[in-house]
Design a protein around this ligand. Structure first.
Ligand SMILES: [Zn+2]
Length: 245
């Protein structure tokens, strides 16, 4: 049924994905969205997968490859980590990624980036990393990071395609269109580096609180909506002939 619906969606809202080539003279930045244990590591919490999940495993693998490439070249990386104060709920989701617990940390495959000088870690207590980058004095860590690194091409990967990745991409494109993010030109969502969670309607029927969330459908919709806002959706990303993914 889900596959039939996916085929229907792909007919009705087809998504053209591209091979994006980052020009050799362009400055690229990588944003890792919420690759937290609490969303990605089996059994790690209320919103973690209960069994190994192919889309999430691929997202971690592809994000790790990109992080290695960026760190090897000392290019800028910004990692958002969902991190909530205990007792402060994020409706409609159950408690997750509580600050100070391992749920709010990077997955083991990416933990090593924390000590790299080219990596900025930003813990946030809301869906949208752009909003979550606002500090008490009104400055924005993400905006400052784009400007100080003179980033022209932003690559975005992580969890969840249709929630925190999408919200961040939408806000970033709105800010770019208003001229707040110069010299940023392109926001590229690398689709194999994104994933979302699976909560089929058959399970959701038994609860009143949780919306159904079929993984493959919502992943497609998330990418489609990012493209609607002006993001480029890339199946492949290449930097130059020697540094392809
Ligand atoms: Zn959260």
């Amino acid at each position: 049924m889900v596959l039939q619906t996916l085929n229907m969606l792909k007919n009705e809202i087809p998504l053209q994905e591209e091979s994006f080539v980052i020009p050799e003279d362009a400055k690229a930045g990588l944003v890792l969205v919420d690759i937290n244990n609490g969303f990605c590591t089996v059994g790690a919490g209320n919103l973690a997968p209960t069994e190994p999940n192919r889309q999430i495993c691929q997202m971690i693998e592809e994000s790790k490859k990109l992080a290695e490439l960026f760190c090897d070249n000392k290019w800028p990386v910004l990692a958002f980590l969902d991190s909530h104060h205990p007792g402060k709920l994020e409706h409609p989701y159950p408690p997750h990624c509580i600050a100070g617990t391992d749920e709010s940390n990077l997955v083991p495959a990416l933990r090593w980036i924390e000590t790299k000088p080219n990596v900025t870690i930003r813990r946030k207590d809301c869906y949208d990393g752009f909003i979550g980058s606002i500090q008490e004095d009104g400055s924005n860590i993400f905006v400052d990071w784009v400007k100080s690194n003179k980033i022209q091409v932003l690559l975005v990967v992580g969890m969840c395609t249709d929630i925190c990745v999408l919200d961040f991409v939408c806000s970033t494109l709105s800010a770019k269109n208003r001229g707040f993010l110069e010299p940023l030109e392109d926001v590229v969502v690398y689709s194999p580096g994104c994933a979302t969670f699976d909560f089929p309607v058959s399970l959701a029927r038994n609860t009143i609180d949780h919306l159904p969330h079929p993984q493959v459908l919502m992943h497609h919709v998330g990418l489609y909506m990012a493209k609607e806002r002006g993001a480029k959706i890339a199946r492949e990303v290449s930097f130059n002939t020697s540094k392809n993914l």
